[in-house]
Write a protein that binds this ligand. Structure first.
Ligand SMILES: [Cu+2]
Length: 248
């Protein structure tokens, strides 16, 4: 009872611990010029796994120790627990709770920091429009080139997708880049990722959108810069030609 009221009543202490931990966490992700969210995500995930493993092992060992130490030695034995003073009872409740809550705040502060990375798109990005529909991803590049279910991007450049949908809710999910964001009719949402090396990555719809939802897949093709530029200009030239043909 008492410890619950203590915690609910003492917001200023909680706030000051949080601000302190935020200060500690702040420099972690601000060193590099581009804060790659995928790296931050992996880092935070490992930290969570390590922390819950340590906490789990500590709890298990203490529990096992108590089970052994206070075991019943014969069937009619009656317990004789040590009497605790009020101060001791409060101490045993509050101190461990604070230790674990400090870790929670630390992880939460890192999570907020990471979320900021996800929302702050680097200025030197390439912006590509995406319209999703049942059941395809339709991309439009700044020069007007369009692709379907295939997002070609240059390595070493942050890529931003401005997304909407022509029918229902979809979610553009690129597991390798640790990004997933809904696209929906009547609204423009965005996501960004940072492809650093050439390669292929799966895109999948992460929001149930209809009977063919599980077939709504595509890929991100990360190309070396020069190769991408070549492809990009080639496609633009094709587009100009068909445009001219249409006009004629
Ligand atoms: Cu979908």
């Amino acid at each position: 009872m008492f410890n619950r009221r203590f915690f609910l009543g003492d917001n200023s202490l909680t706030v000051s611990i949080t601000s302190f931990l935020l200060l500690l966490a702040a420099p972690v992700h601000s060193a590099a010029p581009i804060n790659n969210p995928a790296v931050g995500w992996d880092h935070l995930w490992h930290e969570v796994i390590i922390d819950i493993t340590i906490i789990g092992v500590i709890f298990s060992l203490i529990t096992l120790y108590f089970m052994y130490k206070y075991r019943r030695r014969h069937p009619d034995q009656e317990g004789n627990p040590p009497q605790m003073s009020t101060a001791m009872a409060i101490g045993w409740a509050i101190i461990p709770v604070f230790i674990f809550m400090a870790d929670d705040f630390y992880l939460a502060a890192n999570g907020w920091q990471l979320w900021n990375n996800y929302r702050q798109v680097p200025a030197n990005r390439m912006e590509i429009k995406l319209e999703s529909g049942m059941y395809s991803w339709d991309y439009t590049y700044p020069n007007g080139v369009e692709t379907q279910n295939e997002l070609r991007v240059p390595a070493g450049k942050p890529i931003m997708l401005r997304m909407t949908s022509r029918d229902t809710l979809h979610s553009h999910y690129i597991p390798d880049f640790r990004v997933k964001e809904d696209s929906m009719p009547g609204r423009v949402t965005y996501l960004w990722f940072y492809p650093t090396e050439p390669g292929e990555h799966i895109v999948s719809c992460g929001e149930y959108c209809g009977i063919m939802h599980s077939y709504m897949v595509g890929k991100v093709i990360v190309m070396p810069k020069e190769e991408f530029n070549q492809w990009y200009n080639q496609e633009a030239a094709k587009l100009a030609k068909t445009g001219a043909a249409k006009e004629a």
